[in-house]
Ligand binder design. Structure first.
Ligand SMILES: *[C@@H]1O[C@H](CO)[C@@H](O)[C@H](O)[C@H]1NC(C)=O
Ligand SMILES: *[C@@H]1O[C@H](CO)[C@@H](O)[C@H](O)[C@H]1NC(C)=O
Length: 448
């Protein structure tokens, strides 16, 4: 029956959705449909000794061994425990159908579920009710496990499940290629070190994702190329970010589009402190913010990391366009803070249609340091400098006393009035049906 629900969804919504942007370098997602994989083999963990209420490490491991060369490992709906972390390495054209909830029962570090060295892979819940529950509220310490990590996975997708209360990071994807992550809910405690999605990979489409935590929402690290992040709902979060960047940073062709951020540290933070290399060709468009501390925050003197040797990471061709909404207190933390490295001034930083206003008081500031807009545009623009001689300059701050026209922006019906703290268990959320005001998710949300 569950399989039928999913098959019906696939009929209504094609498996391989097409991104609207040119930022991707080709098709993302698995190469083989779930139906075709199931036709090869289905390995239900309950046929390999898995039982609700018990540790399913051995059952998942055996089911994977039987289905990894083409097939679907199924964890049916129900509550399961995990007492040894699963590392599923190799295989191809396989899938992991997570309809149940897997709960952490031990304190080992590492990754609860680690998928690596595989291709044509799909991890999904057919009901939208599958989840990994980390019960992080009684295990926030260094050396605590991540919930999910993908490493060297290509042509894959992850969708329709929830990651809840990680003791450390929730989901990281490194050195992956051609992946799609969508229709996901990530809910962590209100504490640092509980990143939502961290990605350093190539050709990735991450869309229709909700993150609640106190650290990174969806963050691109180095090296990365051709990443499209779209329809993102960051609430009571650190906000989306890029970095922290260090030596030989190599990031290009990144788009963040339709990002809705509330009660977070920032709407976008690009962070480094010293270091070298480049971040180029990045677009940040259609951002809405409410009640955040910082909004646009490019900080190449980021004080939460130690200074690294090097002149700084060079930012080039960075377009910030169509931002609306309000920040918590614009006189305290203005909505535009661009602090580029004096040793590697930013070039081609273009701010367009940036209309935000303060929720407290009657003024806000824009601040720029060593940042240049592209020559072709009218200058000065906000606080950026123009021209083609890129010398460093000290922070210049512009005070704004009138609300820009058109700053008002929508809110979301699902906005939380409070975060989840760190002392009580966080319930597994239902998948949202919307991740940005007025935008239908690209793929129908399972179970709706
Ligand atoms: C940056 O990464 C791209 C691949 O994404 C690679 O082709 C290029 O050589 C890298 N550049 C440097 C300077 O490492
Ligand atoms: C600007 O963003 C809003 C959402 O905040 C969107 O409705 C609108 O279409 C965008 N405008 C352009 C020109 O893309």
């Amino acid at each position: 029956m569950l399989a039928n629900v999913f098959t019906a969804l696939l009929a209504a919504y094609p498996l391989f959705s097409t991104a609207q942007s040119t930022n991707l370098a080709g098709k993302v997602g698995p190469l083989t449909s779930i139906a075709a994989k199931k036709a090869v083999k289905t390995c239900d963990i309950t046929a390999y000794g898995g039982k609700a209420g018990s540790d399913i490490f051995a059952a998942i491991t055996s089911a994977f061994a039987a289905c990894k060369t083409g097939g679907v490992v199924v964890i049916p709906s129900g509550q399961y425990n995990l007492a040894t972390w699963v590392s599923l390495s190799g295989g191809k054209a396989w899938a992991l159908q997570l309809d149940g909830i897997i709960t952490r029962t031990v304190t080992a570090g590492g990754n609860m579920i680690f998928i690596q060295h595989t291709t044509d892979f799909e991890m999904f819940s057919s009901t939208g009710e599958g989840a990994v529950q980390g019960l992080g509220y009684h295990l926030h310490k260094s050396g605590a496990p991540r919930l999910l990590r993908f490493y060297q996975v290509t042509h894959f997708s992850a969708h329709h499940f929830a990651l809840v209360d990680a003791p450390a990071f929730q989901f990281s994807m490194d050195t992956c290629d051609s992946g799609e992550v969508y229709n996901m809910a990530i809910r962590g405690g209100y504490s640092g070190g509980l990143d939502g999605i961290d990605v350093w990979s190539t050709n990735m489409w991450i869309h229709d994702v909700m993150v609640t935590n106190k650290d990174e929402c969806v963050t691109v690290n180095s090296p990365a190329k051709n990443i499209l992040v779209e329809n993102i709902y960051c609430s009571w979060s650190g906000g989306c970010g890029m970095g922290s960047f260090g030596t030989d940073t190599n990031v290009s062709d990144i788009t963040y589009k339709n990002v809705y951020t509330v009660h977070s540290n920032n709407m976008l933070l690009i962070k480094s402190n010293g270091g070298s290399g480049t971040v180029s060709n990045a677009v940040f468009e259609n951002f809405i913010g409410h009640a955040n501390a910082y909004s646009l925050d490019i900080d190449q003197y980021w004080s939460s990391m130690d200074t690294i040797a090097g002149n700084g990471v060079q930012l080039n061709n960075i377009v910030i366009s169509n931002w609306t909404g309000t920040e918590a207190n614009g006189a305290q933390r203005g909505p535009i803070k661009i602090a580029c490295a004096d040793g590697a001034p930013c070039t081609g930083v273009d701010l367009e249609d940036f209309n935000m206003w303060t929720e407290t008081g009657s003024s806000q500031w824009y601040s720029c340091r060593s940042a240049y807009t592209s020559k072709a545009r009218p200058v000065p623009l906000y606080c950026l400098k123009g021209g083609s001689t890129y010398t460093s300059y000290a922070a210049t701050t512009t005070t704004v006393k009138n609300a820009p026209a058109g700053y008002m922006a929508r809110t979301m019906a699902a906005d939380l009035t409070k975060h989840f703290g760190t002392t009580a268990s966080i319930p597994v959320p239902a998948l949202p049906t919307m991740y940005f005001p007025g935008m239908k998710p690209y793929s129908k949300v399972a179970g709706t």
